[in-house]
Structures are given as C-alpha cells and as structure tokens.
Design a protein around this ligand. Structure first.
Ligand code: URA
Length: 210
C-alpha cells in the first residue's frame, strides 16, 4: 500500500455510509450496516498483501495455488468503537489474531488516556491493522499507534469509516509510514472534536448508549 490515504469510493460503501449517517437509523440497522461496510473495507485494507503459493490437489490435478504469505494478521481494536469495525473485519479474516487498546478521550483536553492494552505476540512479524471508526482529532489514533510501535509493530495500517482532514494531517505528521483506509473524508471537526457532517458518536450509535 503506497498512498498515505485510500478513500474507498465504491458505491456499496458510500450507500451504506449514507444510511449510517442518518440520525433516524436505529441501533440495530446501524450495527448491521457497520458489519457489512467493515467487510468491504477489510477487502481494501488487505489489498497488496504479500502472496506465496501452496501445492494443492484439485479434483483434476496438482497446482501451485496462491495463498497469503507470512504470519497471521493482527487486528487491533481501539476501544470501544473499534469493536464495531472489528466484528465485520474478523468475518472476512477469521484466522486473524486480535488485540485491544483502551483509550478514552478526556472531554476537556480531548487528549487520549490509556486504560487497557493487550496485543498478540510477535507483533513485529505481523501486518497490524488498527481499527477505529472515527479518525477525528487523531489524538487517540496517534497514541494507539505509538503504543503498537512500542510493542514492536513495524507494519501497520489504519482502518476507519470517517476521517477529518485534521485527523489525517495529524496521523501523517506522527506516523507517515501508516497508510489510512477510510470510507469518507468529511469537511472538518467542530469545537467539540466531532466530525461534521459525520454520524455522531459512533460508540453510542452502535451500542445504543448516550
Ligand atoms: N468520535 C465519534 O464517535 N464521533 C466523532 O464525530 C468524533 C469522534
């Protein structure tokens, strides 16, 4: 993956995202759409993985067939909203190893505070896909990737649903080696650090909290 930002403009992704943005979309429908869109985004974020071949037997003959090379991927959910993306991605990559980074946003400073960190072993040998639906200020994403690098990760990609221009700039400055895959790049952040037009609080919308 060479571009720093991949904006996934596929019609299915864009249509589902529009339904998710609508304020009257129920929790159940929001969750279902998130699951579906995550699988489509998983397809994009795994593009260009190194491949090798394995000798297999078809009913007709032996062939050297393509398979993904290397260690199992590591998916790392940035809690709690990351779990919504994680579920759909895991459906497409069921053998992936899974980690969690718990960060909450201090509502006054908007700075991330860590409360949980558990990631797969041998992170340095795996492609690590960090997932968080909203790349807003970029503070928590940058902090999560700082922690993943400290834990040994060398090959990281970041998957989100919505990104703000500010969040992209912050990530590019702090982690230019981490490609971002997103379904949309919205207009801006508001004074509370929300993405606008956005979809509101992704965690609240997927878990039905307020
Ligand atoms: N987190 C969210 O859930 N929504 C935003 O708009 C920004 C951060």
């Amino acid at each position: 993956m060479t571009d720093h930002v991949t904006h996934v403009t596929h019609p299915l992704v864009q249509h589902k995202l529009t339904l998710m943005r609508q304020k009257d979309t129920s929790t159940a429908v929001f969750r279902q759409l998130l699951r579906e869109i995550s699988q489509l985004l998983a397809y994009e974020v795994t593009r260009g993985l190194p491949m090798t071949t394995r000798q297999i037997e078809t009913p007709l003959q032996t062939m050297d067939a393509p398979v993904i090379d290397g260690k199992k991927l590591a998916l790392v959910s940035i809690l709690r909203a990351g779990n919504g993306l994680l579920d759909g991605v895991l459906e497409l990559i069921p053998s992936a190893r899974v980690g969690f980074v718990g960060l909450y946003r201090d509502e006054e400073t908007l700075e991330p505070v860590q409360y949980y960190f558990k990631v797969p072993t041998e992170l340095e040998d795996r492609l690590v896909i960090a997932v968080d639906p909203m790349l807003a200020t970029g503070n928590s994403s940058v902090a999560a990737i700082d922690l993943l690098k400290k834990a040994g990760a060398k090959n990281i990609r970041f998957l989100c649903l919505l990104a703000s221009p500010e969040g992209i700039a912050r990530m590019k400055e702090a982690h230019p080696d981490v490609p971002i895959v997103t379904a949309a790049i919205d207009e801006k952040l508001n004074e509370k650090g929300y993405i606008v037009p956005g979809l509101g609080d992704a965690g609240d919308r997927m878990f039905g909290t307020k």
